[in-house]
Design a protein around this ligand. Structure first.
Ligand SMILES: Cc1ncc(COP(=O)(O)O)c(C=O)c1O
Length: 461
């Protein structure tokens, strides 16, 4: 429960900062007016209008840990494209690889001579022997689900309440707890996410949702013998941040094996853990691993890796199906430009040294943000997963999505975001995530910490 004085201050700060934002951004206002003539809500993708700024912030240029807006204001970027630019904007080796490829073709529908090296780099980086490419993490998840259902012959999917795996329909569900379902001694009922547009199917027919960190609920569902796979991030990163209890993901590994289901780990965000992601660092081998966002340095690219056993089962499923469309794959995925960018990112950008720097910086940021919170006597916490940090308005890291949701407050969140933005610091929208990249330096950290501290002064005044 948030202190009433803080909420009152947040409302005042928000009103003041909205006016301040409009004064600071006349050119973004002009771009917005022009873009409104031909783009829905004046933005290339409608959700770009949901950032909470009075008009969208139009970006002019981005490099390393910084970008500048149309009004020539410099920002230190802790959003980093919500992980797409986790290795910094325009990393030089990627820029060079793209430039080198630029006059040698972009897409042919054939495997290019770069392909074997990219496969080798993916296997070395993530520790799984076999790979396929897609263009977005959404698509990679969608394709993995299709494979999982094909190889197991089972229909159902198990995900965790509060999950996000992109706009794949099967996972756009929530666990709804009603008085009726409580009486069932099952945690909840799976229903289409209320905000989902244009979906006419009942997604709860084939997707089961249980609370994260609840091994008993998982086992109860797996024991029914109809779950093709458990799909999860190793830590939930899209409903705030929920870390796995010690051993929870290993328990998922054991339970999925016991009941003939597959384990799919979506490492799109948890690649922040360390080089190769969470599973590699924690010695868990999933059946499938999904990775997207930063693997081509910020160009659209994704991939999914799988075990030798899975590769054999996938071939059996494919070879025994009639010839024709499998429903897996898209025309432009695995194009030459993307292959060049993935190779440069994995071999020259996402290096052990880069991660050492990111993790050291993130640890320092965690320490200083926590000190600032404590000095203001606020019952809030910073949860960290490698280079990724989340501010949550509760004293302890939440154990599941419901606890994370209970700690959220939209007004307070918007006030903090806009206060920081108007002072040159960008956080990730829709929650309070901060990501550190290889180019983030001490001056960047100091700016965030100073402005955050000033913001807490204003909120607790
Ligand atoms: C864990 C996870 N998986 C998949 C996705 C989807 O990525 P994309 O929007 O690039 O398809 C996201 C996006 O935030 C994500 O957080």
């Amino acid at each position: 429960m948030l202190n009433a004085n803080i909420v009152k201050n947040a409302i005042e700060i928000l009103a003041y900062e909205r006016t301040n934002y409009l004064k600071l951004h006349p050119r973004s206002i002009a771009f917005s007016a022009k873009a409104n003539q031909h783009f829905l809500y004046g933005v290339p993708m409608h959700w770009m209008n949901d950032w909470g700024t009075p008009v969208p912030l139009f970006v002019q240029q981005a490099q390393g840990a910084h970008f500048s807006c149309a009004d020539d204001i410099d920002y230190t970027d802790f959003c980093l494209g919500d992980t797409g630019a986790m290795f910094g904007h325009s990393p030089l080796p990627v820029a060079k690889a793209i430039a080198a490829q630029a006059n040698s073709g972009y897409t042919t529908m054939l495997p290019s001579t770069l392909a074997p090296n990219v496969g080798e780099a993916l296997a070395e980086h993530f520790g799984l022997p076999y790979w396929q490419l897609a263009t977005t993490a959404t698509d990679a998840n969608r394709f993995v689900l299709r494979w999982a259902r094909a190889v197991t012959g089972r229909q159902k999917l198990l995900v965790f309440d509060g999950c996000y795996h992109g706009t794949i329909d099967d996972t756009m569900v929530d666990m709804v707890i009603s008085d009726d379902t409580m009486a069932d001694a099952i945690e909840g009922k799976t229903a289409n996410r209320a905000s989902l547009l244009g979906q006419v199917y009942d997604l709860g027919l084939h997707t089961v949702t249980v609370p994260f960190n609840d091994a008993e609920a998982v086992e109860r569902e797996l024991a029914k013998g109809n779950i093709a796979c458990v799909l999860t991030e190793p830590a939930l990163t899209n409903c705030g941040m929920v870390l796995p209890k010690a051993g929870f993901i290993k328990i998922l590994r054991d339970l999925t094996k016991k009941y003939g289901s597959l384990l799919v780990l979506d490492e799109t965000h948890t690649i922040s853990t360390g080089r190769g992601g969470w599973a590699k660092a924690n010695h868990v081998t999933p059946d499938f691993l999904v990775i997207g966002k930063p693997i081509a340095g910020g160009l659209p690219a994704s991939a999914y890796g799988f075990s030798t056993e899975m590769a054999a089962r996938m071939k059996t499923a494919k070879d025994s199906a009639p010839s024709g469309h499998s429903g897996i794959g898209t025309t432009l995925s695995g194009n030459m430009m993307t292959l060049a960018a993935i190779h440069a990112t994995l071999t020259e950008v996402a290096t052990a040294e880069a991660y050492t720097h990111m993790l050291t910086m993130a640890e320092e940021l965690e320490r200083q943000l926590t000190a600032s919170i404590n000095s203001h006597k606020l019952p809030w916490n910073i949860t960290r997963l490698g280079a990724r940090l989340e501010l949550q308005f509760c004293a302890e890291t939440p154990k599941n999505a419901q606890e994370a949701r209970d700690a959220q407050n939209e007004t307070l969140e918007s006030a903090i975001h806009l206060y920081l933005l108007n002072r040159g610091v960008l956080l990730t929208p829709f929650h309070n995530m901060m990501l550190v990249c290889p180019a983030t330096n001490n001056a960047d950290l100091n700016l965030l910490i100073r402005v955050f501290n000033d913001c807490l002064d204003a909120l607790t005044a």
